[in-house]
Design a protein. Sequence first.
Length: 276
Amino acid sequence: MTSLSEMACTVLGTSEGREKAAISRRFAAQWFENRDVQRPINIGTAKPPLQPARPIKPELLMPKDVPKRKMGSQKGRNALLHAVAHIELNAIDLHWDIIARFSDTIMPIGFYDDWVKAADEESKHFNLISNCLERHDSYYGAMPAHAGMWRAAQDTADDLLGRLAVVPMVLEARGLDVTPSMIKVFQNQTDTETVAALKIIYAEEVAHVAYGSKWFHFLCGKYDIDPKPKFHELVRKYFNSFLKPPFNEEKRAEAGIAPDFYWPLTENIEPPPAMR
């Protein structure tokens, strides 16, 4: 039987977005079917690629070169959806990568349950947003995309704590901050199908951030590390930027991230009165 790490590498080695999502969902279903009958798939070990396979399009540009989006037109809103699709495609790979990249680290079976489930949901999200683009006469690959999305994975390729701190607890947590405003953009256009897709993503991303927080705290407890200063140290080491408010403090709290984790990482901005 193919190991979970080998499955992860197969997803990472698949370039076309819809195909990647389909394989990811099939492997996730297989993983949970085997778990249900108490015959878990072996975790195994593997050597994932430093970068996942990518389709010929979209063209990947440096962040400063990606055209600015203007929400007043359907073209601008398509650009926003395209950016979301690109994030979701990278998220599929990030969640499979954490399984394969750190397969030599012994973790509880729940660690793999969480990241397989997250990868499955990101695959669903990619399909949902791709459907939205296609309803508006566009598609994933129709315009340039951000070339720096995989940098966090490369920078933390040898540091599981760093990966957990930066990817779910910073990058995905940022999604909790900005998605409500995206939903409003499409509500104002009475685009009910896109609003429904974004609401599904918003609800499920809370759990992905929570998985990061859970396993970050688990490893800190295992190695007798104080989690808050360690989080600050790792974000400053790997993120190379300040965190930017406003923060969605309610959803971040649901995901297990307290304000004193992220407010000290902002640039010369007054924290809420309760933290002063």
